[in-house]
Design a protein around this ligand. Structure first.
Ligand SMILES: Cc1ncc(COP(=O)(O)O)c(C=O)c1O
Length: 384
């Protein structure tokens, strides 16, 4: 047989999955590994999908998604985030934020372009750049800078070949956020360079201690920004596979072409569920957020007390403790923790070279699990 596409063959499988395949074979595991809410989707949201099916809403929708849903998305972004998008021309409803990342990358980037990515960052970005045959240019985010992107680092990374930068704040895996003041310093640089920003804002609703900020709030570069968002994290709807992309009309129409050919339209029952989520689901988001906040506070204080230095994350449901003081690299630390204590965490190096020395823990699990998991980690630290 002839060889397959070498770009795909060279892609590395996600470092997260490997760990969880192993954890799944064990008993009595406390998992801090999953990147999804432990809450089920609130029932009234599910019910609207069921109702839509009972009414025969089993067909394709418009390629961009139901207009009713797009109008609600536009309103939600205006009210909550001060972002303004035309539901007719600037919104595409996608199969999760994941499809949005793919659409943005394919639309903007061609072979040989440079794309700036943060290190550490979400595992899907680097493969997306590689699949586009583009060149990833990493910027190291450091614990000292609270894992924020600094203007000096951005300036240094930009070259004439730079096409785009991918940002994700609040960030998976670090929990870092950017404030409006932080972004203000980046705006002139982005404007001058004329580059695009793919801004993955999937954790926007899970911003603690302050207001969510976005580069799309700055009118001077708004048209250079593609916002990725969705229902997975905030509304506990990972399995529904529903997200969306916000961008200027030209970019939006280009992305719609890809979406039209590869997807047609996002799942119809999920779109009806999303309508209910936006109409009546915000109190659910607030109560889940309050629960995450309690868990975060407990987890961060336990980790710091046991000697694993941990920044207070200002968003998401992840913490990123520094484990370098143990003398073990992140993969060895997490493997031994799993084998010895049946506690599953993700090694920091799964998120990039500069994730080494850290591990990612998700607190999308119960307070009891957090307490028990921390007891086990403490016992493990005493033994190494
Ligand atoms: C930063 C980030 N972006 C995108 C996604 C994908 O989300 P979705 O379920 O909307 O495809 C995830 C999921 O973990 C994520 O952490």
């Amino acid at each position: 047989m002839k060889p397959i596409n070498p770009t795909i063959e060279k892609l590395k499988p996600s470092g997260i999955r490997k760990f969880f395949d192993l954890a799944n074979t064990m008993e009595n595991v406390i998992s801090f590994g999953v990147g999804e809410p432990d809450f089920d989707t609130p029932w009234h949201i599910c019910e609207n999908a069921v109702y839509s099916l009972s009414k025969g809403k089993t067909h394709y929708t418009a390629n961009r998604g139901l207009l009713e849903l797009r109008k609600l998305i536009a309103e939600f972004h205006e009210v909550r985030y001060n972002q303004f998008y035309d539901p007719e021309k600037e919104i595409v409803v996608t199969v999760g934020g994941s499809e949005g990342i793919d659409l943005a990358m394919r639309t903007l980037v061609e072979e040989g372009d440079e794309v700036i990515v943060m290190d550490p960052n979400y595992v899907a970005y680097l493969p997306a750049v590689e699949m586009a045959k583009a060149i990833p240019v990493p910027i190291t985010l450091t614990e000292e800078n609270e894992f924020k992107l600094k203007p000096e680092a951005l300036l240094a990374a930009i070259s004439p070949k730079t096409k785009a930068i991918i940002l994700n704040f609040p960030s998976n895996p670090t929990g870092g956020v950017m404030t409006r003041e932080d972004y203000e310093k980046l705006v002139p640089i982005i404007l001058e360079a004329g580059i695009y920003v793919i801004s993955d804002e999937i954790y926007a609703e899970l911003t603690f201690d302050g207001e969510f900020a976005s580069l799309a709030q700055f009118p001077e570069i708004r048209d250079q920004v593609i916002v990725i968002n969705g229902f997975s994290k905030a509304f506990a709807m990972t399995g529904w596979r529903l997200g969306y992309v916000l961008s200027n009309p030209f970019l939006s129409s280009q992305m719609t072409k890809i979406h039209q050919y590869i997807i047609m339209s996002a799942p119809t029952p999920a779109q009806y569920a999303a309508i209910e989520a936006l109409l009546h689901g915000l109190p659910d988001v607030s109560s889940m957020k309050a629960e995450y906040l309690n868990r975060r506070n407990l987890l961060v204080s336990r980790l710091n007390r046991m000697g694993l230095k941990t920044n207070m994350p200002k968003g998401t449901f992840y913490v990123f403790p520094n484990i370098s003081g143990t003398g073990l690299d992140s993969e060895t630390f997490c493997s031994r923790l799993l084998e010895d204590q049946h506690v599953a965490c993700v090694p920091g190096n799964a998120f990039g070279e500069h994730g080494e020395g850290f591990m990612r823990m998700s607190y999308a699990c119960s307070l009891d699990d957090i307490k028990e998991g921390c007891d086990r980690i403490e016992a493990f630290l005493k033994r190494i």
